[in-house]
Design a protein around this ligand. Structure first.
Ligand SMILES: [Zn+2]
Ligand SMILES: [Zn+2]
Length: 470
């Protein structure tokens, strides 16, 4: 029996080794850039739905340039909806002639969906695929917005994390994030400290305030994102007022069902109000996280949170790495619960975060994040996006493809972005993050190089979203 187990282990290890080149991510975010997206520019990548647009596929290197001795064919396939406007039959091949060394395609982009353009070449009777190019068409409301990636539940050495706030901020940029917040336990100054560290460095990463709030005698972990003051300061030295206000809430709040700890409930309502009063967003952290062999939030209280929409957002995807996922897949429970509550018609804003405590040794950091669809990466726009259900939670445990959760329409678009847009963005961020870490280590010359890179990720988005002339 022992021998059999050994054989099974050997086989599965060799299968993993064989599969690794396909699965092994190239970037710290876990993203891989498809060869087509390295060899060619596809401009634009995002187009307005139900309109005619021009797409240019521009080879960037000699090995990708079209040759006069070859013939080219194009196959077009819209992912979901049939073509109704210009009679282009999905899947039918047609000849395409390169113009000035590039391919130009003018077509009507039906509805909100992904579109595939496959170009094949025939050179000396040899057929070859030039590339499989992807474009996404979106309705007006979504076309105006841009996807911003962020993580706002993370810890530094100011609470129980390992690295200093400035280091964490650099690591966040290196992993491809647009925005971040440190949410140290009972400590609001972590992000501010990171902010101060880069006060004289030109950086594009947005650093916003955060705090993991634990009000006295209340086991629920509450995340304050964006609040302009710390919540813990309200009771750190003197709990009298906190206790009086929670007691008053216990009197005034509507009746609660049996099994609900009314003090915990009132303490959460109190904390959410304090966070909102300071322009922050209150998120319920990891409800199904297991601590002392119990879920963090007792079921009757969790039911009430959903029924009464107590929080602004739910931590739908928590940053559990492989080890914790093997013990118990908490995220699977959180997702199942979210889907069931949504089916009841409840309104639930979602976030994904890493909850990382050591950024160099976490297999969750950079792989668990929130994508907000917002007009800008400014804090009020991001918070409004989350509250308006314009966000998705993303997880990509090491060795797996990223999965997005949230409203279907946004998940569908995010899947495209995670494959066709965000990897290129992550790669640009890598050097910026590396330079930020160098700067935080005391090398002020890194600031000049950061200055040269400033604006590059915004320009990438501009290229991908700006129509080319007809
Ligand atoms: Zn927590
Ligand atoms: Zn935490």
């Amino acid at each position: 029996m022992k021998h059999l187990c050994f054989a099974v282990v050997i086989i599965s290890l060799s299968l993993m080794a064989a599969a690794n080149p396909l699965l092994c991510p190239e970037l710290p975010s876990g993203a891989q850039i498809r060869p087509e997206n390295r060899y060619f520019e596809v401009l634009p990548r995002i187009v307005p739905a139900n309109r005619e647009s021009v797409i240019e596929i521009v080879p960037l290197f000699d090995h990708a340039r079209p040759s006069e001795n070859c013939a080219y064919e194009l196959t077009y396939a819209p992912m979901e909806y049939p073509k109704q406007q210009d009679g282009w039959e999905p899947g039918k091949k047609m000849a395409i002639v390169p113009e000035n060394g590039r391919f130009r395609i003018t077509t009507f982009f039906e509805s909100e969906q992904e579109h595939t353009f496959i170009i094949e070449s025939t050179c000396d009777d040899k057929k070859k695929t030039v590339g499989n190019f992807r474009v996404y068409s979106v309705e007006e409301d979504l076309y105006k917005l841009r996807p911003y990636k962020g993580d706002f539940h993370m810890h530094s050495h100011r609470s129980d994390g390992i690295e200093s706030p400035a280091y964490v901020a650099g690591a966040c940029r290196r992993a491809g994030l647009h925005f971040m917040a440190l949410s140290d336990h009972r400590w609001h100054d972590g992000s501010m400290e990171a902010h101060r560290a880069y006060a004289d460095a030109p950086i594009d990463l947005r650093i916003y305030p955060g705090e993991e709030v634990h009000t006295p005698d209340n086991p629920i972990h509450i995340l304050s994102f964006g609040a302009n003051e710390g919540i813990t300061e309200l009771y750190r030295d003197d709990e009298t007022q906190y206790r009086a206000e929670v007691a008053a809430l216990m009197e005034s709040l509507p009746p609660t069902p049996p099994g609900v700890n009314r003090f915990h409930y009132a303490a959460c309502v109190w904390a959410v109000k304090q966070i909102r009063d300071r322009n922050g967003m209150a998120m319920l952290c990891h409800p199904y996280w297991i601590t002392r062999n119990r879920h963090n939030v007792e079921e009757p209280l969790l039911n009430l949170f959903f029924e009464r929409e107590v929080f602004d957002a739910l931590e739908l995807i928590s940053g559990f790495g492989w080890e914790s996922l093997h013990a118990m897949d908490v995220n699977a429970l959180q997702v199942a619960r979210y889907l069931e509550e949504r089916a009841k018609g409840r309104r639930i804003a979602v976030c994904g975060i890493s909850d990382t405590h050591g950024h160099e040794r976490s297999d969750a950091f950079g792989r668990y994040f929130t994508v907000c669809f917002a007009p800008s990466p400014d804090l009020p726009d991001l918070i409004a996006a989350i509250k308006d259900l314009r966000s998705v939670a993303v997880e990509s445990p090491a060795g797996t493809l990223p999965r997005a959760y949230g409203p279907f329409r946004l998940v569908k678009f995010t899947q495209y972005l995670l494959r066709e847009v965000l990897p290129q963005h992550d790669e640009l961020c890598f050097e910026e993050g590396r330079l930020m870490i160098q700067y935080a280590a005391g090398d002020t010359t890194a600031a000049q190089r950061l200055k040269q890179l400033q604006g590059q990720t915004a320009r990438l988005y501009d290229r991908y979203w700006t129509p080319v002339a007809k």
